[in-house]
Write a new protein. Structure first.
Length: 141
């Protein structure tokens, strides 16, 4: 395997939203916007557009809140090129090539055929393919 994108990295995306809350502040409406609070009306679903116009004109009694900034972080995995030429995302315990079915670990090392898995350790294929609980701790739902 040849590594196409060597390092895993943390990808950050910045988005903004503006909210309008009902009296008491427990519920309301939120709309995507730019850093200055401008909502792209044409990008909204027609119902959301109608709700935004009702909110922004004061027609329904909600109060506009300051613009909120959101940082979204996600891990971008390394990517390898299998011997068959297909890209393989190197994420998780077992990374399977969809082109030829070869299995790799997250470092890009080719694994033994699945028929040989568990012979030395007594593990089943289900044990080996199970998601490691420590990987889930890093995952943001």
């Amino acid at each position: 395997m040849r590594i196409k994108q060597r390092r895993r990295y943390l990808k950050e995306t910045e988005t903004f939203s503006v909210s309008f809350l009902w009296p008491g502040g427990l519920s309301g409406f939120t709309f995507p916007c730019d850093a200055e609070g401008n909502v792209g009306l044409l990008s909204l679903h027609p119902e959301a557009r109608r709700n935004y116009l009702d909110c922004s004109t004061g027609a329904i009694g909600v109060k506009r809140q300051p613009v909120s900034r959101h940082i979204h972080r996600e891990k971008e995995p390394a990517i390898g090129i299998c011997d068959c030429g297909s890209e393989v995302v190197l994420q998780g315990f077992t990374c399977t090539c969809h082109g030829c079915g070869a299995d790799y670990n997250s470092a890009g090392q080719k694994l033994a055929p699945r028929s040989q898995w568990g012979c030395e350790t007594g593990e089943s294929v289900a044990d080996i393919l199970a998601v490691d609980h420590t990987e889930l701790e890093d995952f943001e739902f």
